[in-house]
Design a binder for this molecule. Structure first.
Ligand SMILES: [Zn+2]
Ligand SMILES: [Zn+2]
Length: 752
């Protein structure tokens, strides 16, 4: 394409391109057009560095900082309608600014892969159109000696929009030969264009479930007085309002969500429901599909590219009335958005923790609601300290759901002192007796251990060799059934040796994981069927459903699982919960470890006694006097959180102070430290900001790379943002930055 001198009156178009650069790229509008003809939010094809790529227009400018000769024109506009409306673009820009991440990468991550590559926004189909010459030929009785062509011409002649290739194939599978002949004669033309709305069926979209002949959906349950208050408060909100729906598991939060969504749909608006990574259970989806006849689009990380694209299109086109999705769905377009719900808002999967822009979908959901001037509901039995602080400050409004009247009392928590009851194979005698007792009275038992695999260590009892990961500062986990040793940090996977590779003596697994606890319990309760729920047994959605079905049907009465069991599953007959290794969270160096442990204990305890029967929760610990466990036992999550927040306030930790973490990794151990030292120097002596480190990460070597970090502490958000904005520019320019991988994590979830 010939370079032309830019004509300033045509304006400049700013394009976000998937490149690690902090600014947008400037282009001239396409030849012959003004910048205003390229609206923000559409995709364009642009030349960049000798090749061409697809970008998204994020704004316009009157002039560029680039010299006029270097400004190239946009080659093509790919969309008739913007992919992102102005509020959606504003959210993307805000995320890029707040998390200090390149805007092009933020925009790209918000798009399904196919759209990033330039696929059409709408599902397209081929149509065979009759041209004027074809109409004339038909009137003249042409073609006389080609009956197939003649028939095809007849078929398309009176169809203004042509006939779809799909329809023609159905009528006559070999129509294409005749079609080609008509095209060669200049009588017809093939055209590819978007098909009519609603014609694109997709697996990711639920069809209207209320088909004729199916039983009518059950009548919605009567609301409790507290649910009524909550629904009324949410529905009465005009403009932006943030609610915290706090209720124990089984208190009926989902019913409140359903009613609030119902109201929005009745008003012709749409609803966005964000759920944790593995909280998107078939149960939750089933409840929404049962209640609403309108289409529901679902976006989560297990979808294939095609399904993701289909769901995104349904949401963008407004065909889906409800969008249910995990983290990245916070960026998905949804016209006429009326309500946002974040279920289990405390869940750590709402924060992107590796790769790309490290955003919090929960925080962005609140911001999106503010931009859209709609209500946002944050639901949890154990709200995060951030959310509790916002409640305290009057920014959010609390709606509380007590346990329902027809439910048993809250489960009773008790500690099992492991010093008095030494565990055998990870299980203390009182826990085993309790399992026996609950099974004997028809209950089910849930055994929680936060570690998958058979054993965390493989040890040689003769020479003391321990199976190490060669790429990490970690031990390999024994996976007995698969006969493998696996690293849970880098994915290393090797055969399980029978003998010590160093001295040839026998090796033995030490410690417990879910697989070993399952095997031990199977030996002790041979008549019972056990199931296990962790990332090894539930790799695909179908497998998760099978495990859940076995528990729900009562076929299995002992469930062993990792924190996967704490997320959203409803097991009405579970009456006993045993927490086997609470102590891991008690002495962590991470400031959020206690909050997470308390949330996990309360969430897993919430699985017990959800229907009529009372639940019992036993927590194995060597530290029964630990203040965290004592405050949880005495006053529940509320009292624990109150003392936890007081501690954070005294230490100026979040949510009172603000943190950012600069992480770096390199194959050469010193390189990460050199970069972080240089980063520290580059910071100078900023006001109100404290730099701590650099220090090695808690697990310094992972997947062959050495990790270190520098912590940034600041009393407030504004000064921190001001500092970071200048700092990242300096970091980009550091020579040491080119020898490491580095990332800035604003509001990090952990500081290890
Ligand atoms: Zn040995
Ligand atoms: Zn490893």
């Amino acid at each position: 394409m010939p370079e032309r001198a830019p004509t300033p009156e045509r304006g400049i178009v700013r394009v976000a391109i998937d490149r690690p650069l902090r600014t947008a790229f400037d282009y001239q509008p396409p030849v012959g057009l003004a910048a205003a003809a390229v609206p923000a939010g559409v995709r364009v094809r642009v030349p960049v560095g000798g090749s061409r790529t697809v970008g998204v227009v994020i704004g316009h400018a009157e002039r560029s900082d680039l010299p006029a000769g270097r400004l190239k024109p946009i080659e093509a506009i790919l969309d008739e309608r913007p992919l992102f409306d102005p509020p959606a673009l504003e959210l993307l820009r805000w995320a890029a600014g707040y998390y200090h991440h390149p805007i092009g990468e933020v925009v790209a991550a918000a798009l399904p892969r196919a759209l990033r590559a330039g696929a059409p926004l709408e599902v397209c189909a081929e149509f065979l159109l009759c041209l004027a010459a074809g109409v004339a030929a038909r009137a003249a009785g042409e073609p006389r000696r080609a009956p197939r062509q003649r028939a095809l011409l007849e078929r398309i002649a009176d169809q203004a929009g042509g006939v779809s290739a799909e329809a023609l194939s159905l009528e006559s599978p070999d129509w294409r030969a005749a079609g080609r002949a008509l095209i060669e004669r200049g009588w017809a033309r093939l055209e590819t264009r978007p098909v009519a709305r609603g014609a694109a069926a997709s697996e990711a979209t639920a069809p209207a479930t209320h088909t004729t002949g199916a039983p009518p959906p059950p009548a919605p349950p009567t609301l409790t007085p507290e649910q009524t208050v909550a629904v009324a408060a949410i529905n009465a909100a005009t403009g932006f309002a943030a609610f915290v729906l706090q209720g124990a598991t089984g208190s009926g939060k989902t019913e409140v969500y359903l009613r609030a969504v119902e109201q929005q749909l009745a008003l012709g608006r749409r609803a966005l429901l964000l759920v944790p990574e593995i909280g998107l259970t078939p149960q939750l989806l089933a409840r929404f599909r049962e209640r609403f006849a309108q289409p529901i689009a679902v976006l989560h990380s297990a979808l294939g590219d095609t399904e993701r694209l289909a769901a995104w299109r349904e949401a963008h086109a407004g065909r889906a009335a409800i969008l249910i999705g995990t983290r990245s769905a916070v960026f998905a377009p949804l016209p006429a958005l009326g309500l946002i719900i974040v279920d289990e808002e405390h869940d750590s999967s709402f924060k992107q923790q590796e790769g790309g822009c490290r955003y919090s979908a929960r925080d962005l959901a609140v911001l999106r609601a503010r931009h859209a001037q709609v209500a946002v509901v944050l639901g949890s039995a154990t709200p995060s300290f951030e959310t509790l602080r916002n409640l305290e400050a009057g920014r959010y409004q609390r709606l509380t759901l007590p346990r329902r009247a027809n439910q048993a009392a809250a489960p009773q928590l008790a500690l099992i002192d492991l010093r008095a009851h030494p565990p055998r194979d990870g299980l203390a005698a009182p826990v085993l007796r309790a399992i026996e007792r609950h099974l004997g009275t028809g209950g089910q038992a849930l055994v929680y251990i936060n570690r998958r695999g058979y054993a965390p260590t493989l040890l040689c009892t003769s020479c003391g060799w321990i199976a190490p990961c060669h790429a990490c500062d970690a031990r390999l986990t024994v996976h007995h059934g698969a006969a493998r040793l696996r690293c849970h940090y880098c994915g290393a996977d090797e055969p399980l040796p029978q003998r010590c590779p160093r001295c040839g003596y026998a090796v033995k697994p030490v410690g417990q994981g879910t697989e070993r606890i399952e095997a031990t319990l199977a030996g002790l309760f041979p008549a019972e069927r056990l199931v296990r729920l962790d990332r090894d047994t539930a790799r695909r959605p179908g497998e998760l459903e099978q495990v859940m079905q076995a528990v729900l049907s009562g076929a299995a009465r002992i469930l062993v699982g990792t924190q996967m069991v704490t997320k959203g599953h409803h097991f009405p007959d579970v009456t006993l919960v045993a927490v086997l290794n609470a102590d891991q969270g008690l002495f962590s160096t991470d400031f959020r470890a206690a909050e997470r442990l308390a949330q996990t204990i309360i969430q897993v305890a919430g699985r017990a006694g959800r229907d009529a029967r009372a639940g019992e929760v036993l927590i194995q610990t060597e530290y029964p006097d630990h203040p965290l466990l004592q405050s949880l036992l005495a006053g529940g999550y509320e009292s624990f959180a109150a003392s936890g927040l007081a501690e954070r306030a005294a230490a100026h930790w979040p949510p009172f102070g603000r943190l950012a973490l600069l992480r770096a990794s390199a194959t050469r151990p010193a390189a990460a430290f050199e970069f972080l030292e240089a980063a520290r120097q580059a910071a100078g002596r900023p006001r109100d900001v404290r730099l701590l480190g650099p220090v090695a990460a808690t697990m310094a070597r992972r997947a062959g790379r050495h990790h270190a970090q520098l912590l940034v502490e600041c009393p407030g958000r504004a000064p921190l943002q001001h500092f970071l904005a200048g700092w990242v520019v300096a970091l980009d320019a550091l020579p040491a930055a080119r020898r490491v991988r580095w990332a800035l994590d604003v509001d990090p979830l952990d500081t290890q």
